[in-house]
Write a protein that binds this ligand. Structure first.
Ligand SMILES: [Fe+2]
Length: 291
């Protein structure tokens, strides 16, 4: 049954819907660099890691007529979606898209075990309300990261291009929201659209890579800095020799506390992970602290 997805008038004024340039510039100033601003990119929540600044929560987005949940969510959201990070097969038509990022809590620390349930239209803008095509859920890993493999959704009548997602941290309320694409003509006319939900999207060959960091209203206790583990030994005055991690390299398993150099700069690993291309230390403040 097709259902209308009528835009609704939000409660926020237009000025509230756009990311504050001042906020972006302030975050860039703290970082001492503005790599994500190149090409008009959107600041990611990870930019705030280590700055002591509280990131803005990810805003909620309405499906159009959210108050009557049981009837109106049916055409869009379906419970019991498959557990999977890829919504496509080799034969699925459409432009390949990955959406990846992190989920943070109130202290800007990554949240593991967060449920993300994605659903979207196919290449023709149609939702599968019978089966589970383009529907799937996953959980953030120990580093708070998620990754979705899908296609760029087609345009649904009356809406700009978007992907739906529900997020829930363990024991916390569900956040229902949507992700948007930059440079979409309909972004300026869709009243549900919210610039705070814009992904960074870059072209990689014939595919697109989107990134977005969610921030949930989950209380967190900031981890104390330099918490010693293991036997207590007095500090020595011996200067560090070669950093244990050497030069950062993709494919290497790093543990919290490891030190590496990248581009002539030293970094300390904040969370154990296996390095992959794209997670170079300057790009992932959640994983690497510049020394
Ligand atoms: Fe939709």
């Amino acid at each position: 049954m097709p259902a209308s997805e009528e835009p609704v008038t939000g409660t926020d004024g237009p000025s509230d819907r756009r990311i504050s340039r001042k906020t972006v510039l302030r975050a860039a100033a703290v970082l001492g660099t503005a790599p994500l601003l190149v090409g008009g990119g959107v600041a990611l929540a990870r930019d705030r890691v280590g700055t002591g600044e509280m990131p803005d929560y990810t805003p909620e987005c309405h499906d159009g007529d959210a108050p009557t949940v049981e009837q109106t969510e049916g055409p869009y959201f379906k419970p019991n979606s498959p557990l999977r990070t890829s919504l496509i097969t080799d034969s699925t038509p459409g432009t390949r898209l990955t959406v990846s990022g992190y989920v943070f809590g109130r202290a800007c620390l990554p949240l593991s075990g967060v449920l993300l349930d994605f659903w979207q239209a196919d290449v023709n803008g149609a939702y599968d309300n019978v089966g589970f095509t383009f529907r799937g859920h996953q959980f953030t890993n120990a580093q708070g990261a998620f990754s979705l493999t899908t296609i760029v959704p087609g345009l649904y009548p009356g809406r700009t291009r978007h992907i739906h997602v529900k997020l829930q941290a363990p024991g916390r309320p569900v956040l229902t929201t949507q992700l948007y694409f930059p440079n979409e003509p309909r972004n300026s006319t869709d009243t549900i659209y919210d610039a705070r939900l814009l992904m960074n999207v870059r072209q990689v060959g014939s595919a697109k890579e989107g990134t977005y960091d969610f921030v949930l209203n989950v209380p967190q206790t900031p981890t104390p800095t330099a918490t010693p583990t293991g036997p207590t030994t007095p500090p020595t005055s011996t200067p560090p020799t070669t950093p244990p991690g050497g030069t950062w390299a993709a494919g290497t398993l790093y543990n919290a506390g490891d030190r590496v150099t990248y581009g002539g700069v030293s970094y300390r690993c904040l969370q154990g992970h296996t390095a992959i291309a794209g997670w170079e230390p300057p790009n992932v403040p959640a994983l690497w602290q510049r020394l």
